[in-house]
Ligand binder design. Structure first.
Ligand SMILES: Cc1ncc(COP(=O)(O)O)c(C=O)c1O
Length: 417
């Protein structure tokens, strides 16, 4: 714990909110009264425009247009259209991103495509503690492909040295889902390329939260969630990125008809579409893609540098206040210190983190818990105020000081934490 954190008075915090260039975005979201929502890194809040747009898709495009809407409402190009919008948030070209499937399924497609493009190489490099689905998708892809391939898990500070001439793919999550540590995308990508390996970045906690420079880093591949900082809704479709230089050589292992060069020719044999479209598989979930598009459109109205600056400022304020107010209660910061590069969530460790989080949620401060002992707080610049962060720390301090978390009701583990 840092002993000398700056003091923030209520007036200073009000001044930060008054000077916030993103303040007007808050009213564009549905935020329940009495709730301080610190979980936008898990499920983003509902943009106000989404319900109306989804109603239009349901009642007009589906209800009235029926199947004609595949052409008349351009449903057929929705995955590419929304992909091109997401591309602007992650420094990709408009034809390098497509919306499809879940992040896990997109990982499968790109892992297998990458390994098939490097058939003489045997290793995939990742790190222990990467998001579980990333590691599971590698393990299951390797089990399917066989050929003596294996997963190498390296501590993050040794990763660049573990990439060898036998490495086919490096798979990393740019912003760590628990700690908010950030990988140096440019350095890791360059190290992988120096050895002839491809790199696949999981941007689930990056897209819409921190600056991402896929193009500038010459990244090969990427995936990411639509339901976190992009505010696409529960189970929103994910996105995937393939650098244009790989479009002709990488092939999806899931050769569904929507990725075929001529889906409506109904041919007997698979021929991948040119470009990013080959990474589609089945029929796109149009209602869900429409909801995601609302979240992405809202983001595109915001200045990404302002988002990044506010994310950092919210995190620094939160850390300083928790360290000043809660240090005596066994709460320890996990991940980057104030001022260091970080993602847009802050995590603290406490042996009773689960019960403490339940007590917070009961008091309207919603974060989440990641086993075994991490309380995670998402700080979403588009709809959080500095005053919300201060309020959350007030409630946390009260829960800790009064031992409110000891109530039996907070000990019961729910299926989703
Ligand atoms: C880093 C990361 N990757 C992947 C996923 C899972 O994505 P999906 O549920 O779309 O497969 C998550 C979910 O939280 C995540 O945090």
């Amino acid at each position: 714990m840092e002993p000398q954190s700056p003091v923030h008075s209520a007036e200073q915090i009000a001044a930060l909110d008054a000077a916030d260039p993103l303040a007007s975005f808050r009213e564009r979201f549905v935020l329940p009264h009495g709730v301080t929502y610190l979980d936008g890194n898990s499920l983003g809040a509902l943009p106000r425009g989404t319900a109306e747009r989804v109603r239009e898709v349901l009642e007009s495009e589906w209800g009235t247009g029926l199947i004609r809407s595949w052409n008349d409402a351009d449903w057929i190009n929705a995955p590419q259209r929304v992909g091109a919008k997401i591309a602007r948030l992650i420094d990709a070209g408009p034809h390098e991103v497509v919306v499809a499937d879940s992040t896990s399924v997109n990982l499968h497609k790109l892992i297998v495509a990458a390994l098939s493009a490097r058939p003489d190489r045997h290793t995939v490099v990742s790190e222990p503690g990467n998001f579980p689905t990333d590691l599971y998708m590698v393990e299951t892809a390797l089990a399917t492909l066989g050929g003596g391939r294996r997963l190498v898990l390296s501590p993050r500070d040794e990763i660049v040295n573990r990439i060898t001439d036998d490495t086919a793919l490096v798979l990393l999550t740019h912003v760590h889902y628990k700690t908010a540590d950030v990988h140096d995308m440019a350095a890791v990508t360059a190290a992988a390329h120096a050895k002839g390996a491809l790199v696949l970045w999981d941007l689930s906690h990056s897209a819409g939260a921190v600056p991402v420079a896929l193009g500038a880093c010459r990244a090969d591949l990427a995936v990411g969630c639509g339901y976190k900082f992009l505010n696409g809704g529960p189970g929103a479709p994910a996105f995937l990125y393939v650098a244009e230089r790989h479009h002709d050589t990488l092939v999806s292992p899931l050769g569904g008809w929507m990725g075929h060069a001529r889906p409506f020719a109904f041919e007997d044999h698979y021929q991948p579409s040119p470009g990013i479209t080959r990474f589609l598989c089945g029929t796109p979930p149009i209602v869900a893609v429409a909801a995601l598009e609302c979240g992405v459109d809202l983001h595109l109205e915001a200045d990404m540098q302002a988002v990044a600056d506010k994310s950092r400022a919210l995190a620094d304020l939160f850390i300083h206040l928790v360290q000043r107010r809660c240090a005596d209660h066994g709460v320890t910061l996990v991940g980057p210190a104030p001022g260091a590069p970080r993602g847009s969530h802050v995590s603290f460790r406490h042996p009773e983190g689960y019960a403490i989080m339940q007590a917070l949620i009961d008091r309207g401060v919603i974060g989440d818990f990641r086993a075994p002992d991490i309380m995670r707080f998402g700080l979403t610049p588009l709809y959080l105020r500095y005053a919300d962060v201060a309020h959350a720390v007030d409630v946390l301090e009260e829960v800790l000081r009064t031992d409110a978390w000891r109530a039996p009701v907070y000990q019961t583990r729910h299926a989703v934490t």
